[in-house]
Design a protein around this ligand. Structure first.
Ligand SMILES: Cc1cc2nc3c(=O)[nH]c(=O)nc-3n(C[C@H](O)[C@H](O)[C@H](O)COP(=O)(O)OP(=O)(O)OC[C@H]3O[C@@H](n4cnc5c(N)ncnc54)[C@H](O)[C@@H]3O)c2cc1C
Length: 378
């Protein structure tokens, strides 16, 4: 049996960050990952993730984002790699519906600057977009995107540099815990530590079966559609965007290769009973709704798919995260249910879990992300 001071299960978006923050505080941490680092079978792949502050989902996320922005910048500096591109974010939707109304609410509550863009100005500045007449546009200037695989690697590399041991291609089959600590079992080895962090993304449900968490895993497709518009190029200051239409929420990124734009639907998606058995082929149904949205909203984007990636959301019923202690084991922590919008928070998740575990408390306002809202047998 290998002993250490902390074990982290899962080295995707969150687990790598947890390892880095524990190692930074001098903790002897072992991270266990069933695949390679920055693999394409979980939730943290596909080139880019949106990062933004005027959080339409809930204003309580904003203080966590104030903390996340400089942490991404610091990680980028420390590892010497560009992670965060501040190209701005365009929000488009009916002003009375959740996207625009929610972003406004967060902006007012937290004094964020997200000006409305008048129609004549948007035609001049954002020629790559053709919003409906009744849509309102808001622009968040210091938002943008993260290079997702680079971020995963940066946290993992930093963790290793600070002394963490990362064990790859090793699946955790089970774990037990008591007041002294936790033991984790893989196929050929066991690990024991006073602290355990479960950051298993779409595989979290079976690892904490005793809690019966209401997690739903969904198959989500990211499409790179051909664009013929120069307006969609990063060099023409194309922002990331989120649009709420009658059909749902759609989002996309500036073209990074000059020929394609990554576009996807946030709403919808098929439920996946087993995250290890996911259909990764592209079907016509995967393309139809996004192509229809693009043909109306993104002049110059065509329906031919140059590339695609299938990714997984792990949704809670209220689509807010789970960031808490295990209700039956004080020394076991759970970071899960990131509901398709968690990546931007990864360094904060790492820091907050390290604080909770090592100091017994955190100042971060994470009460609304607690497990008690699901009453998991407390
Ligand atoms: C298509 C798509 C678009 C998204 N867009 C955005 C966005 O624009 N902005 C944003 O902020 N967020 C976005 N998200 C959400 C964000 O990417 C996720 O919330 C985040 O990546 C979740 O990270 P995670 O660490 O929980 O999961 P993962 O990154 O999947 O990590 C879990 C890891 O645990 C490992 N693991 C699981 N079980 C075991 C086991 N038993 N033993 C060993 N290892 C194990 C897995 O292999 C995996 O590597 C998006 C997600 C998707 C799918």
């Amino acid at each position: 049996m290998r002993t250490c001071q902390a074990i982290v299960v899962g080295l995707g978006g969150m687990g790598g960050a947890v390892c880095a923050h524990l190692a930074r505080r001098g903790v002897d941490v072992v991270g266990l990952e069933q695949f390679d680092l920055a693999h394409d079978r979980g939730s943290s792949h596909g080139e880019t993730r949106i990062i933004r502050k005027a959080y339409f989902e809930h204003p309580d996320y904003v203080p966590l984002l104030h903390r996340a922005y400089p942490m991404w910048d610091e990680l980028s500096r420390e590892m010497g790699v560009e992670l965060f591109v501040r190209c701005g974010l365009l929000l488009a939707g009916n002003p009375h519906k959740a996207l625009i109304a929610g972003a406004r609410r967060s902006a007012i509550e937290h004094d964020l600057d997200i000006p409305a863009v008048p129609r004549d100005e948007w035609e001049r500045r954002f020629g790559g977009f053709a919003p409906d007449e009744e849509m309102e546009l808001l622009f968040e200037g210091d938002a943008g995107f993260l290079h997702v695989e680079r971020c995963v690697m940066a946290h993992a590399d930093l963790a290793r540099r600070l002394g963490a041991t990362l064990v790859l291609n090793t699946t955790v089959r089970s774990w037990v815990a008591n007041a002294e600590g936790a033991t984790v079992y893989t196929d050929g080895e066991s690990y024991r530590a006073p602290l355990l962090f479960l950051c298993a993304g779409p595989w979290t449900g079976p690892l904490v079966r005793e809690l019966g968490l209401p997690l739903t895993v969904k198959r989500k497709v990211q499409l790179w559609l051909r664009t013929r518009s120069r307006w969609h190029g990063a060099e023409h200051h194309c922002p990331v965007f989120i649009a709420q239409t009658e059909a749902g929420y759609f989002y996309g990124f500036p073209s990074l290769d000059g020929t394609s734009m990554k576009i996807a639907e946030h709403t919808g998606g098929e439920c996946v009973p087993d995250p290890s058995r996911v259909d990764r082929d592209l079907s016509r149904a995967d393309v139809e709704r996004v192509a229809e949205f693009a043909s109306a909203f993104l002049p110059g984007v065509q329906s031919d798919v140059l590339r695609h990636a299938v990714c997984l959301y792990t949704l809670t019923p209220d689509e807010h995260f789970i960031l808490d202690r295990h209700p039956r084991h004080d020394n076991v922590f759970i970071a899960a249910g990131f509901s398709g919008h968690g990546f931007k928070f990864a360094p904060v998740v790492g820091a907050v879990l390290a604080e909770m575990a090592l100091e017994g408390r955190t100042d971060a306002p994470i009460g609304f992300l607690g497990l008690q809202r699901f009453d998991p047998g407390r």
